[in-house]
Write a protein that binds this ligand. Structure first.
Ligand SMILES: C[S@@+](CC[C@H](N)C(=O)[O-])C[C@H]1O[C@@H](n2cnc3c(N)ncnc32)[C@H](O)[C@@H]1O
Length: 236
């Protein structure tokens, strides 16, 4: 069992408690996905946790996968109408029939042990035009997030490494996913009446928005892959 799986198996029972405690942050994440996903889109969430984001969006087919069987047990108990699998992206092509219109990863990328392999796998469930949506914490916030974790104000992150938008975007470009849109949200991720709304409105201004906590990245799959990657796939 990987360290990531055992960490999230251990946190699964407390995961929704953390989400309720930090509801302002999670409500923002849900709104972001509701605004970007259409009612009839076929959607895959990778690293779905207890399933609250996926279950909160109106979609066509909806499938959530997670490396942690404990997270999936809770998601399936709460939302039996959706499709859940305790799985990574390896072998996903055998579970899935039709390709998805949207694949998304919310606060997952920093936990993935092999980022290029994960997105190489995901190509088998994408068609040309599939959108890949990713949100992650701005790496500049890492010291503050660690302090909040030590103070018991946020969920223990477990094994992770932050990746820059530049590195991620170059990796994805080689695999046929082109960056189409980059947005930022939440300069102030906690709720204080009036203050949060005001600071977060200021946080949408050019330049200042780059300091926000949430990075939202939207890529589109072209179906084409860089020559070096296609050769790598054929090497012994
Ligand atoms: C911080 S939680 C985010 C959960 C959910 N997306 C949310 O925002 O509430 C990260 C999740 O990613 C899962 N995860 C980590 N690495 C994964 C991988 N390689 N494949 C699938 N799931 C993974 C973990 O088990 C965990 O449930």
């Amino acid at each position: 069992m990987s360290d990531v799986q055992s960490h999230f198996d251990g946190e699964a029972d407390r995961y929704d408690h953390w989400k309720q405690r930090n509801w302002y942050y999670y409500d923002t994440i849900k709104r972001i996905y509701r605004e970007r996903i259409a009612k009839d889109d076929a959607v895959l969430e990778v690293g779905c946790g207890t399933g609250e984001i996926l279950a909160g969006i109106q979609t066509g087919r909806a499938m959530g996968i997670d490396i942690s069987p404990e997270m999936i047990r809770i998601a399936a108990a709460k939302h039996p109408q959706l499709e859940w699998h305790a799985a990574t992206t390896a072998g996903l092509g055998t579970i899935v029939g039709e390709p998805f219109d949207v694949v998304f990863l919310s606060d997952v990328i920093e936990h993935i042990e092999d980022v290029p392999a994960t997105f190489r796998d995901l190509r088998s469930v994408c068609r040309p035009g599939t959108r890949l949506l990713i949100n992650m914490a701005n790496p500049a916030w890492e010291p503050l997030l660690l302090v909040l974790e030590k103070l018991g104000k946020k969920m223990p992150e477990g094994p992770h490494h932050r990746i820059s938008v530049g590195t991620l975007t170059r990796t994805l470009a080689d695999l046929g996913f082109a960056l189409e849109r980059r947005d930022h949200e939440l300069l102030f991720p906690a709720y204080i009446p009036v203050v949060s709304a005001l600071v977060n409105a200021i946080g949408r201004l050019p330049l200042i928005r780059r300091l926000s906590l949430i990075e939202i990245l939207e890529y589109r799959f072209s179906g084409e892959i860089a020559e070096q990657d296609s050769l790598a796939g054929h090497l012994p």
